[in-house]
Design a protein around this ligand. Structure first.
Ligand SMILES: [Mg+2]
Length: 310
């Protein structure tokens, strides 16, 4: 199968939605103009074999992950995804079945969240597969949540459980789209980010964007079962709390709200999302720096989030 035969097969049944007038097959996709009451979100993200996935990972999960990462970013703005373009880089000797299965996983997730795949391209890549996704989304003007709004005294919340994602969650996490839209629509969320580089690292992004500091309570940080299992089973594994603070690719939502909203939010959350844990893990401080409170008192957090090019 050559590249053109492959493309025609891949683009035959891509998911679409009402935002797309003309999808894959023309020189450009043609989209409808957006509602003037909404803002447009625009995101790009790439995953590379050997860095973000392994050659032998199930192909459907590779495709799914590529799109899910972008969806998670849209969730972190309080938005809804609309339309994606997909570029895939393939070595000369590609496995057509693997590529079809990558597209199948990506398309299934797109359908699940009503996202159109309006085109893309395949390109040659020296020896590894990569996937690059561009994604459009929309958000109500008054509900767009940035990283920059955290205020001293805010309560800090995180969804789900953290750490140990390399055990498998990084390939099949659920982007928190419903949760992000619900939060932005029902509460005055001051700042929000999705966790890709680890709690400590991504919290620092919120702190820098808002020119504030933060104090975390060690006992309140939700540690995943996987992080605990890894710590118990591998001598080289991080202690569970450190894994929860620094492991990448959790793709949970981290956000801050005024402290008076903390209890009403927790109550409403439990009623709306009874199966997904929500934890209040600390507070925003006026003093810069990230501190951790545990049984030994308060100390500066020496650990950093996972840094890709450290
Ligand atoms: Mg992000």
């Amino acid at each position: 199968m050559n590249e053109f035969e492959l493309i025609s097969e891949l683009t035959r049944s891509l998911p679409s939605n009402e935002s797309v007038l003309v999808g894959a097959g023309d020189d450009c996709a043609v989209l409808k103009p957006v509602d003037p009451h909404q803002l447009v979100l625009f995101k790009t993200d790439a995953i590379v074999e050997g860095v973000h996935f392994d050659h032998d990972d199930p192909p459907e999960k590779i495709g799914r992950k590529a799109l899910a990462r972008c969806l998670s970013d849209v969730a972190a703005m309080g938005g809804a995804p609309t339309c994606a373009l997909v570029t895939i880089g393939l070595p000369k000797q590609f496995d057509a079945d693997q590529v079809k299965r990558i597209y199948a996983g990506l398309s299934d997730l797109a359908r699940q969240y009503g996202v159109a795949v309006a085109g893309g391209e395949t390109t040659a890549s020296p020896d590894r597969i990569f996937l690059s996704i561009s994604l459009l989304g929309k958000v109500d003007r008054e509900h767009c949540v940035l990283r920059s709004g955290a205020k001293p005294g805010d309560a800090i919340f995180v969804t789900g459980e953290l750490g140990g994602s390399r055990g498998g969650k990084h390939l099949d996490f659920e982007p928190r789209l419903e949760e992000g839209q619900w939060l932005a629509g029902h509460f005055n969320i001051h700042a929000m980010i999705d966790l890709s580089d680890g709690l400590a690292g991504d919290l620092r992004h919120l702190m820098h964007a808002g020119s504030v500091g933060a104090e975390l309570r060690a006992g309140s940080i939700p540690i995943s079962r996987e992080a605990k299992l890894q710590a118990a089973g591998e001598s080289s594994a991080k202690p569970p709390l450190l894994a929860a603070l620094t492991d990448g690719e959790d793709f949970e939502l981290l956000f801050t709200v005024a402290s008076r909203d903390a209890v009403p939010l927790l109550d409403a959350w439990k009623a709306r999302f009874p199966k997904l844990r929500l934890s209040c893990i600390g507070k925003v401080t006026a003093t810069p720096g990230l501190k951790l409170r545990d049984e030994n008192g308060l100390r500066e957090l020496p650990t950093h989030g996972y840094v890709h090019f450290a």
